[in-house]
Design a binder for this molecule. Structure first.
Ligand code: 7TS
Length: 408
């Protein structure tokens, strides 16, 4: 059954890259969790900026600079409204999720003391682990891990047991990049707040599928990257509650983040500029706003329903192939299918799929602790987007059967 309101053939027309061939076969792009493809509407916005009003922002009185500044600030408001932040200056434009997490983690170096505890989940991307380990080295705080289950969900009881008055921060992804698990972040946030801890949610994998409402969630920090949701690379956002962002020291010093500079003392600019030193990715920021417009016009409910169909279809079919082991079978998942075939290295399968024009990611997906949990070197990961089709899944399955004949 196809979701009626969803005209995937028409949507595919919006993405020029979907017309190309790879190894003389039509491209099947199933690496959406690594980065999504870009619709023409977003490409046009980038070209329009460079073609018509390329200028530095927040500094010139000239027309081009004002036009660029206006467009950049309109984009910030679009992001604010999309995530339902109360104030536009609670949205910091960054180079992406990694940068956003580093801003918060490095800021806490002055706010933590030895003996404080930080909780991380067992299913994080390395960018939500390593900055916190660096923070622990600097402060003497201790990193504790919320364990996961075989099914690929977080162990809620263990989480409850780990929380204490020592817990200062909890950081968990909204959706796991390697398993697709949608974590119960409402509950995680509520429990953390009950002991006075703050919560950072890594929304890199959730943002293309789920519209998060930061006020309803009462989340302290929420981060994501534009390139996961049809926007360009090199731009993302950090949402933080105003009082918390005000309490964090700046991450980088430089131009545009100051109120006044003398050699004796520098004072910092107000939010959001305090965290936006230097010339930002201006076209990228504007295009981030355009990407949200594009996805909202299709609608996140329609996207989620259609992607669920793709996931169910692919999961059912994949389970019929002998020797296939799927990793991540949480009851609530986005359209990520991580799997292995008994006795075959994921890299070998991925290389053969590429010969058939099919792009999947193989390896540890920057989530080595998950691979260690399952005691595997990596997985083959097919991650679907709303512009993919069941016909493409059929092509992947046929190519997979061929690959297995060659390798087994
Ligand atoms: N957090 C999660 C959950 C991610 O999936 C990623 C990127 C990041 C953080 C980092 O985002 P960046 O934009 O700062 O690089 N994940 C992946 C992936 O799964 N395959 O390639 C990149």
């Amino acid at each position: 059954m196809t979701y009626k309101a969803f005209d995937v053939a028409k949507i595919r027309e919006d993405f020029p890259i979907l017309k190309r061939e790879v190894n003389n076969k039509p491209l099947v792009y199933f690496d959406n969790a690594a980065t999504s493809q870009t619709p023409q509407a977003v490409i046009d916005v980038i070209a329009d900026y460079y073609g018509n009003y390329n200028a530095n922002i927040h500094r010139g009185v000239h027309t081009l600079s004002q036009e660029a500044t206006d467009a950049y600030e309109v984009a910030r408001q679009k992001i604010q409204h999309h995530f339902n932040a109360q104030k536009a200056h609670e949205i910091i434009l960054t180079s992406g999720t990694t940068h956003s997490i580093n801003i918060v983690a490095s800021g806490y170096a002055t706010l933590l003391k030895a003996g404080d505890e930080l909780l991380v989940s067992a299913m994080e991307h390395h960018s939500n682990i390593v900055p916190w380990q660096m923070l622990c080295e600097k402060t003497g705080a201790q990193l504790k891990v919320i364990p996961m289950t075989e099914q690929g969900t977080l162990d809620k009881q263990a989480y409850a047991n780990l929380l204490s008055e020592k817990t200062q921060l909890v950081f968990v992804n909204h959706v796991s990049n390697a398993l697709g698990t949608v974590n119960p972040i409402e509950e995680i946030i509520e429990k953390a707040h009950a002991v006075g801890a703050k919560v950072l949610i890594d929304g890199a994998q959730a943002a293309p599928h789920i519209k998060a409402d930061v006020q309803a969630l009462d989340v302290d920090y929420y981060v994501t990257s534009a390139h996961k949701l049809c926007g360009p690379t090199g731009v993302g956002m950090l949402y933080g509650k105003e009082d918390l962002l005000n309490a964090l020291p700046p991450y980088q010093g430089g131009g545009e983040m100051i109120a006044e500079v003398t050699f004796e003392k520098t004072t910092y600019a107000d939010l959001p500029h305090k965290f936006e030193a230097g010339t930002p990715n201006i076209a990228g920021g504007i295009a981030f706003g355009a990407a949200l417009d594009y996805m909202n016009a299709i609608g996140f409910d329609a996207i989620a329903a259609y992607e669920q169909e793709l996931l169910d279809y692919a999961t059912t079919a994949l389970k019929k192939i002998v020797g296939v082991q799927i990793y991540g079978e949480a009851p609530q998942k986005t359209a990520v299918l991580s799997f292995n075939v008994q006795g075959i290295h994921p890299y070998d399968v991925g290389s053969i799929l590429d010969k058939f024009g099919i792009a999947v990611r193989t390896g540890h997906h920057c989530a080595q602790p998950i691979m260690d949990y399952y005691q595997i070197p990596g997985t083959i990961r097919a991650s679907f987007s709303f512009y993919n089709t069941t016909e493409e899944i059929d092509r992947m399955l046929a190519a997979l059967e061929r690959a297995l004949q060659m390798l087994q």
